[in-house]
Ligand binder design. Structure first.
Ligand SMILES: [Zn+2]
Length: 156
């Protein structure tokens, strides 16, 4: 697979993981030339998961978009790479589960799944993600949102 940084085709696979319903394989790769680590996402099933956005438009689900948001939110927090991988795996599983046979899910549900997982890992990352990806009209709403999610985490 072509390295996104140096375009070399030599890489090694660090980790492969098939999602719960077997529809995709995600591989964590390391470029043998420049050492850059990247993720490839291979769909096994033809039918993609469709994400319905707030404005009603649709696009196919791409875990890399979630990954970008997660990486931005966890920047400089010294969260181990393995923890982030697990978090992304958990989000992906949740997306697959919630999209069901219809294979459709709203972007809001993906955002909420991401928030729940981030909350478990880092409160700072959670607040960062929430403030960037969600619109909170006032502080009260923001705080009640945090409490609501904190409660739903406790119920797990
Ligand atoms: Zn490279």
């Amino acid at each position: 697979m072509k390295c996104p940084r140096c375009s070399s085709n030599d890489d090694k696979v660090l980790e492969s993981r098939q999602n719960k319903d077997g529809s995709s394989i995600r591989r964590r790769r390391e470029c043998l030339r420049c050492g850059y680590r990247f993720t490839s996402y291979e769909k096994i099933e033809e039918k993609p998961i469709i994400v319905i956005k707030k404005d009603g438009s649709e696009q196919s689900f791409d875990i890399r978009k979630v990954e970008r948001g997660v990486r931005t939110s966890t920047e400089k927090l010294k969260i181990p790479a393995g923890t982030i991988e697990k978090l992304l795996n958990a989000i992906e599983d949740e997306v697959v589960e919630k999209s069901g046979h219809e294979r459709r899910i709203s972007s809001t549900e993906i955002g909420e799944a991401t928030l729940r997982q981030l909350y478990k890992v880092s409160k700072v990352a959670y607040v960062r993600f929430a403030s960037v990806y969600r619109q909170f009209n006032d502080l009260g709403k923001f705080i009640s949102e945090i409490e609501h999610i904190a409660n739903s985490v406790d119920e797990d």
